[in-house]
Every structure is written in C-alpha cells, then in structure tokens.
Design a protein around this ligand. Structure first.
Ligand code: ZN
Length: 208
C-alpha cells in the first residue's frame, strides 16, 4: 500500500471529531424528568424502565466507532474504472428536532491505483450517521473521509433522505425526499462520468 495521504489535506476538524461519550446515567435521569414534564407518571408500570431503556438506546446509537481502519489494496490495473456502491441505508438523527432520518447512501469513486474494501464504505456511512446530523453535512463528511483514506479526490456521494421532521411535523409531507450530492475531482469536471454515477446511484430510488 502506497502512502498517498500526503497529497491531500485532511478533512476539517469537524469531520474527524467524534463527540461523546454518552453519560447514560444522566440521560436516564433526564428522560425521567422529560416524562414528568410531558404530564406522565414516570413511576407507573409501563414507564418505570423507560428511562434506562432510552439511555441504553442513545448510548448504543451514538458514536458507534471512533475510527475506520483504512483498508486499501493496491490494484494498479483497476485505475480509471468507475466503482459505485449503492443501497447503503442508515438511520441518523436530525439535530434540529432529534427525529430520525433514513439516509440511503451511494458512493462512487475512480480508483487511482488503490481500491478500498467494500464494507468500509458502509462503515464510514454508519459512523457519520451515529450522531446528531444534518443530511448536507453527512454527505460531505463521507466524501471527505473516503477521499482522504484513498488519497484520491475522484469521489462522489449521493444521499437520499427521508426525514421524520418533514413527515410528522410542520409541513407533514409524507412523500418528501431530500437528495444531496457531493462531487469531487473528475466527478466535478467530467459531465459524462458524473452522469454515469448519478444514473447508477439513483437507480434504486427511481425503482422505489
Ligand atoms: Zn429536522
């Protein structure tokens, strides 16, 4: 494996910072207070274990992994090939409302002598999903991290989001979907490559 990371500046600190850890005891205490503030009796049978369950959920959901080991393989003969990995569906939380959002992620890249283990793309998506997020930032963070790990800016990420904060509150638009695209390197400069990526990335969204 050649060290090509020097060619690229690392993502900004916001991208690498993983907040946390979760103070589960305090979260459980606050959930009990929330139940009371909602007019409930936190002591009644159905709710007595709810604060601990909710705290365990938060602690399991947020910050699943501190870092992804960059497993890259040198494959000179694969340089120039378009690789698209789609259908990576993850759950995240909208940081404005603390409501779930489902993010369906597709990644494309053009290997430049190195390829990355396929499951790593999913792990990177999962890691950035496990925090309070906005879809636009999530999309960019994935693209930035893959570019750094591969030492290659020819990376594109498309995300289609379904946001509970749009479907269950405010405008209550059940069918609304949000699509974000971050394109770097050749995906920015080559319209044919960009179109090929978008066609493959959005294939499953059109079929749905
Ligand atoms: Zn929201």
């Amino acid at each position: 494996m050649t060290n090509t990371l020097d060619r690229l500046a690392p993502p900004d600190s916001e991208n690498l910072a993983s907040p946390g850890p979760v103070d589960t005891e305090r979260v459980a205490d606050l959930v009990g207070q929330l139940l009371a503030a909602l007019g409930e009796d936190p002591g009644r049978e159905g709710l007595s274990d709810t604060p601990a369950r909710v705290a365990a959920w938060w602690s399991g959901f947020l910050y699943p992994e501190a870092s992804v080991a960059p497993t890259c393989f040198t494959e000179q003969h694969l340089s120039g090939q378009l690789v698209v990995i789609g259908g990576m569906s993850v759950w995240s939380l909208c940081e404005h409302h603390l409501l779930p959002m489902n993010l369906d992620v597709a990644v494309g890249y053009v290997p430049d002598g190195e390829v990355m283990g396929l499951s790593k793309f999913g792990r990177i998506a999962q890691r950035y999903a496990g925090r309070l997020q906005v879809q636009e930032r999530f999309t960019r963070q994935i693209a930035d991290e893959i570019a750094v790990v591969l030492g290659n800016t020819d990376v594109a990420v498309a995300v289609r989001g379904t946001h509970l904060c749009m479907s269950t509150r405010g405008v209550r638009m059940e069918a609304a979907r949000t699509t974000t695209v971050q394109a770097g390197g050749r995906f920015e400069s080559d319209p044919v490559l960009s179109q090929q990526f978008l066609t493959l990335a959005t294939d499953r969204w059109r079929a749905a």
